[in-house]
Design a protein around this ligand. Structure first.
Ligand SMILES: O=C(O)c1ccccc1N[C@@H]1O[C@H](COP(=O)(O)O)[C@@H](O)[C@H]1O
Length: 205
């Protein structure tokens, strides 16, 4: 099975086109406080360039439900990625809206199971999302084989292959590791990341 690759925090046409050409499966737009923040109208313009086969993801951190709903509607994204303490009721409110739901959780002692709050994908991240700081991947098989879970946090073109070999995720997600400076993507790194992630990949899917 081919490793699912998400490139996050994109804000320019060039970066979006590069990610699509490189073969990314998902492209993320950040709608919460971040150097990568983009407004919904600008994200909608970028999303119009993206083929339907590529999932567009809105990233939210501790936002009210109504904000998520209105941004998702205006930007036309296909998936909602939630970084926060959202509970089952919050996910229930969003389910049925047509979005793929991605639950982000900081890797800790208890590894969540994909689907336990109604999410479609689970993203295991470092404690500070978007920081570029990696967590300890050495705990093999950190999530269930066969689950749709993505590894994130401090991935780069240099370390993604080892991280995938050790943890066997269903997919990977990167932001800082493909940037020239904070919030500014480097197209060559985007391409290098997708190639490195998929080189010889064996996944849990
Ligand atoms: O990228 C951000 O600024 C951000 C802000 C708020 C919530 C999530 C954010 N990014 C997510 O962080 C991980 C990995 O980031 P990195 O590669 O370590 O920089 C990824 O899931 C992004 O979607």
């Amino acid at each position: 099975m081919t490793l699912f690759v998400k490139i996050c925090g994109l804000r320019t046409e060039q970066d979006v086109d590069t990610a699509v050409e490189a073969g990314a499966d998902a492209i993320g737009f950040v709608f919460s406080d971040s150097p990568r923040r983009i407004d919904p109208a600008a994200a909608a313009r970028l999303a119009a360039r993206i083929p339907e086969s590529v999932l567009t993801v809105g990233v939210f951190r501790r936002e009210p439900l109504e904000y998520v709903r209105s941004v998702a509607a205006e930007s036309g994204i296909g998936a909602v990625q939630l970084h926060g303490p959202e509970d089952r009721a919050y996910y229930d409110e969003l389910s049925g809206g047509g979005w793929t739901l991605i639950r982000a959780a900081a890797f800790g002692d208890r590894v969540p199971r994909c689907g336990e709050l109604g999410e479609d994908m689970l993203l295991l991240d470092a404690p500070v999302p978007g920081s570029g700081i990696a967590w300890d991947w050495s705990r093999k098989q950190v999530a269930g084989a066969g689950e749709k879970w993505l590894l994130a946090g401090g991935l780069t073109p240099e370390n993604v292959r080892e991280a995938v070999d050790v943890t066997r995720p269903w997919g990977v997600d990167v932001s800082s590791g493909v940037e020239a400076s904070r919030g500014v993507k480097n197209p060559a790194l985007i391409t290098a990341f997708v190639e490195a992630a998929r080189a010889g990949a064996v996944t849990s899917g």
